[in-house]
Design a protein around this ligand. Structure first.
Ligand SMILES: [Zn+2]
Ligand SMILES: [Zn+2]
Length: 396
């Protein structure tokens, strides 16, 4: 079957769906209208739909006419708190909310794949589960965990899981793949520095938490340069500093908030220990007290199963007009990591960088703009992975 031809045939519908979703973005855990649109469309294709799965999540189940494996395909549904400034004529109609990460395109491509697969049910082996998850951008508990807890990876048990992300850093039509760790565990931390306030003219009678905070910020960079094996990727960034009210008042407290990114559990564990020890040690040096807190349920590392990825690449190579590239890991986090903990599979990037069409702004930018010509490639790729991996004699 020529999946790209099928995707090209329904391309106008894919783009239309994407634009409707784009005009009505919803923030994490509030994807009600979005979930309804997705559910109604799946039902219109004759796919069994479960609504309200782990909150606003949607599960679609399509049984092929032949026996085979269970393959899950996932799209995320949430938008971002961004005021859209792109030049498209289907701009967000919701003030201050935008599909600036392209999750609208993920849903449109997955709905396109659902259409193709539902129309080729007679030749389809096994079962395809369509996972539309909430709250990918939320972090922490996110949307995958509630859906997994609601049982989407069981009954029948998922054998393989696949998902993609539209990617502004890659040329249009390029697919980025990687075996093993591909995206980071994004651990958030807070350091509360408790000093003792007083008059700005008499610092010797205080414990100045702002001065201490400056030392902590500098010392934390030493964790990456001096305490973590340099061949293991690790980054630490302090993204928020809060303290003080007026120039001549030394406050009691300073707050730091930051993120650390790692690609393996051992480094992750060590990095967290070192961050805590350094922050506490520096504070102690100056007589302040550090209270260090890590977010307890940060996303894990996104680890692509090497075998499944190899086989997926063989499948994706059959799509004419795309280029497949093995990529370096990136230190962003992904809620898809949680599905990969339950079943082998792979997460891959679909490039959308196209200067000729003004599609050059990064994901999360207020001017983020997708090259819609790539949607047919993404649609075909998802349909093919489900079709081929579902076949007991297929690539798996
Ligand atoms: Zn994002
Ligand atoms: Zn995203």
């Amino acid at each position: 079957m020529d999946f790209l031809a099928e995707a090209s045939r329904i391309e106008p519908e894919i783009i239309k769906t994407r634009r409707i979703l784009h005009q009505h973005p919803e923030l994490a855990y509030h994807e009600d209208r979005t979930a309804k649109l997705v559910s109604d469309m799946l039902e219109s294709m004759g796919i069994d739909v479960k609504r309200g799965v782990g909150g606003t999540g949607v599960l679609g189940v399509l049984k092929g006419a032949r026996p085979g494996r269970v393959v899950a395909l996932r799209a995320d549904m949430d938008g971002l708190p961004v005021q859209e400034l792109s030049d498209v004529d289907f701009k967000s109609k919701v003030d201050g909310v935008m599909h600036a990460c392209g999750h609208d395109t993920h849903m449109a491509m997955l709905l396109g794949a659902a259409r193709i697969l539902s129309e080729s049910k007679d030749g389809l082996c096994g079962t395809v589960k369509f996972l539309f998850q909430p709250a990918e951008e939320h972090g922490g508990r996110g949307g995958a965990m509630p859906m997994i807890e609601a049982g989407v990876m069981k009954d029948p048990r998922v054998d393989y899981v696949f998902g993609l992300h539209i990617d502004s850093t890659r040329k249009s039509g390029e697919i980025g793949v990687r075996e093993g760790a591909m995206m980071a565990a994004p651990d958030t931390f807070k350091v509360k520095i408790v000093g003792r306030g007083g008059h700005g003219s008499a610092p010797h009678e205080t414990i100045d938490p702002i001065y201490v905070a400056a030392h902590v910020i500098l010392a934390l960079q030493g964790v990456s340069s001096r305490m973590i094996n340099p061949v293991r990727p690790f980054v630490i960034s302090v993204g928020a500093v809060h303290s003080g009210t007026k120039e001549n008042i030394i406050p009691d407290v300073a707050m730091l908030e930051g993120t650390i990114r790692t690609l393996d559990e051992a480094t992750r564990k060590r990095a967290k220990q070192r961050v805590e020890a350094v922050a506490k040690g520096v504070c102690k040096t100056f007589g302040a007290i550090a209270e260090v807190e890590f977010e307890t349920d940060a996303y894990p590392v996104t680890v692509n199963d090497p075998e499944a990825t190899k086989k997926a690449v063989e499948v994706l190579r059959k799509i004419p007009g795309i280029r497949i590239k093995t990529i370096e890991p990136v230190l962003g986090g992904e809620d898809f990591s949680r599905f990969l903990q339950k079943a082998p599979g792979t997460f891959y990037f679909l490039g959308t960088d196209n200067p000729a069409k003004g599609c050059t702004y990064p994901n999360h930018s207020s001017k983020f703009k997708v090259d819609e010509d790539v949607l047919k490639f993404g649609t075909a790729s998802l349909a093919m992975l489900a079709y081929e991996f579902g076949n007991p004699k297929g690539p798996a």
